[in-house]
Ligand binder design. Structure first.
Ligand SMILES: Cc1cc2nc3c(=O)[nH]c(=O)nc-3n(C[C@H](O)[C@H](O)[C@H](O)COP(=O)(O)O)c2cc1C
Length: 217
């Protein structure tokens, strides 16, 4: 696939299975290599400012402003059970239903500059804006790399996965901010699995709706 084709065919596909009857985990250890490759490609995104050195963890010392924390299929089901233990399944329970169907969950976070104000996670300055932008670019790289490998992916805000308690349970440093929970889904699944395309796909305009040429005089 050319870059142009990959960008044009990339699309969201969400899979939802019954949380009380999740899909069996079929991907073996080898799938981790594929996910590692996708995240390595994500990490080729541009970034302007290095992550604040003091905010880097002992194990993930990179100067990049983003971090990726991945759970394999088994990890997704363990997390699902933890969420069910905390709150019984409701009739429409998106995150749980997706965890019941996913092969992998990748939590993409960014590291803010230390905020001067207590209780505020980040200061709305240009540096932080650019950390977020760079992390967004990295996640888009990941989605495009997944598309090129014919892997279904969905970029979610994370819903209940955003809760500090939950991020702590997953061992994610408390100052990291979740920008995307990327669900990786199988290509083959039983008919009982519900599928859904992404929001906004019918709201996309044409080039003239979001671009103009500026002609200074
Ligand atoms: C930062 C970010 C967060 C998103 N969070 C959600 C979400 O929580 N729920 C949702 O339905 N779509 C969410 N989306 C949108 C989908 O990921 C998807 O891109 C969109 O529905 C358009 O579909 P497409 O990917 O097929 O073009 C988010 C997108 C971005 C960039």
């Amino acid at each position: 696939m050319t870059t142009d084709e990959t960008i044009r065919v990339r699309k969201t596909l969400k899979l939802r299975a019954d949380p009380e009857n999740p899909l069996p985990v079929t991907k073996g250890e080898g799938f981790k290599d594929t996910i590692n490759e996708l995240i390595e490609l994500a990490g080729k995104a541009p970034f302007h400012h290095e992550s604040p050195e003091k905010q880097r963890s002992e194990t993930l010392k990179g100067s990049e402003p983003w971090r990726f924390h991945a759970l394999d299929g088994k990890g997704c089901r363990t997390l699902l059970n933890k969420l069910i233990d905390e709150k019984p399944v409701k009739s429409s329970d998106g995150i749980k239903e997706m965890l019941a169907a996913s092969d992998t969950l990748i939590l993409g976070t960014w590291i803010p500059e230390k905020s001067r104000k207590k209780g505020r996670k980040y200061h709305p300055n240009v540096k932080n804006m650019e950390h977020i932008a760079a992390t967004g670019a990295a996640i888009q790289n990941l989605l495009l790399a997944a598309t090129a490998c014919d892997i279904n992916a969905y970029w979610s805000s994370g819903g209940c996965l955003r809760k500090p308690k939950l991020l702590k349970y997953l061992g994610i440093p408390k100052h990291e901010i979740l920008l995307g929970a990327i669900f990786i889904f199988p290509n083959e699944y039983p008919e009982s699995v519900q599928t859904k395309i992404g929001k906004n796909v019918t709201n996309r305009g044409g080039l003239g709706d979001y671009m103009d040429w500026v002609e200074p005089e």
